[in-house]
Design a protein around this ligand. Structure first.
Ligand code: NAD
Length: 288
């Protein structure tokens, strides 16, 4: 499609944005699905988030994505939040609904969809998950909302620890059907015990990401039991040491790259009401 006087703006705000794959995948999807929109990335610092919202409102944007460091500030700037975005406290997708900005968080959904596409369901299951940062929080809240029965969260006592404390409180208060506990990741005995009892183990930390791609949270490979699904948020490298070793041990595995694809696909659907051509986008933009 040619850009015309009717073409609507789609955008990404955050900093840095130069490396982002979102403009390529969203523009390709607009072309393929006949959407008269053009997606551009704008470098916006955290303290500029509100000004960016007002500028985009004035320009009658169709919708926009928000990346670090603006995701938390964006939740405050929206006129309305989805349940998941409200509980996560961070927004990565904003849709213009007439005059109102409605905020969503599609990161957790991206993980859920990636699991489903790989044959892993969460309803009634027990998951052990490591992490207390942005990606882990989105997964923990969304998994609880999706019917996860039990969750054991492990985190290190760094600046993110308090996030995990709050996440547990929020799940207790808002999703009482999900049993959730927080443990110190330093307690390896407990960590391995909880994984042995789980249907799913998820690495929601940055451990295993390049250049630390030789690292894994599971040093004892005997922990990988039959029936355990292993998922990772890290997508660089495409298959982390955790995923490679879990696969070798016979576990079902779900690498992080699909989460990236599906969070973008869900954003595209929220912007346009249309499905992203996900298979083509994966082949074109996300293979190694
Ligand atoms: P973040 O900075 O918000 O959180 C980092 C997390 O890692 C924290 O919980 C921190 O405590 C933990 N951590 C750091 N070093 C650790 C260590 N040595 N041992 C145990 N825990 C440790 O980062 P984030 O945005 O949550 O991103 C985390 C990873 O997820 C990154 O690799 C990022 O690229 C990836 N990610 C993937 C997707 C996707 O769509 N697949 C989306 C978001 C983030």
């Amino acid at each position: 499609m040619e850009i015309s006087g009717h073409t609507r703006l789609l955008a990404l705000i955050g900093s840095p944005v130069g490396h982002s794959g979102s403009p390529a995948m969203q523009n390709y999807s607009c072309q393929k699905m006949g959407v008269d929109g053009a997606y551009l990335a704008f470098d916006v610092k955290e303290e500029e988030t509100r000004a960016a919202f007002e500028a985009l409102r004035l320009l009658n944007v169709m919708g926009f994505n928000v990346t670090m460091p603006c995701k938390t500030a964006a939740a405050v700037c929206c006129d309305e939040l989805s349940k998941a975005a409200e509980l996560i406290g961070a927004v990565n997708t904003v849709v213009k609904d007439k005059t109102r900005f409605v905020g969503y968080n599609t990161d957790g959904y991206g993980w859920v969809r990636n699991c489903r596409e790989n044959g892993v369901e969460m309803k009634g299951k027990k998951m052990t998950i490591a992490g207390s940062g942005g990606a882990a929080t989105a997964i923990e809240i969304t998994a609880a909302l999706e019917g996860m029965q039990e969750m054991s969260i492990f985190a290190i006592r760094d600046d993110f620890w308090e996030n995990a404390v709050k996440t547990v409180e929020k799940i207790h208060r808002n999703v009482p059907g999900c049993k959730v506990e927080l443990y110190d990741l330093a307690d390896k005995e407990r960590f391995y015990h909880e994984i042995r009892e789980s249907d799913i183990f998820t690495n929601g930390t940055r451990v295993g990401m390049k250049p630390g791609d030789g690292e894994t949270l599971i040093e004892d490979r005997s922990i990988f039991h039959k029936g355990l699904a292993v998922t990772d948020v890290v997508y660089n490298p495409r298959e982390t040491r955790l995923i490679v070793e879990a696969k070798e041990a016979g576990c079902r595995t779900v690498p992080g790259i699909g989460m990236l694809l599906w969070q973008g696909a869900e954003a595209f659907k929220l912007f346009t009401g249309k499905e992203m051509p996900a298979g083509e986008v994966m082949e074109r933009y996300f293979r190694e």
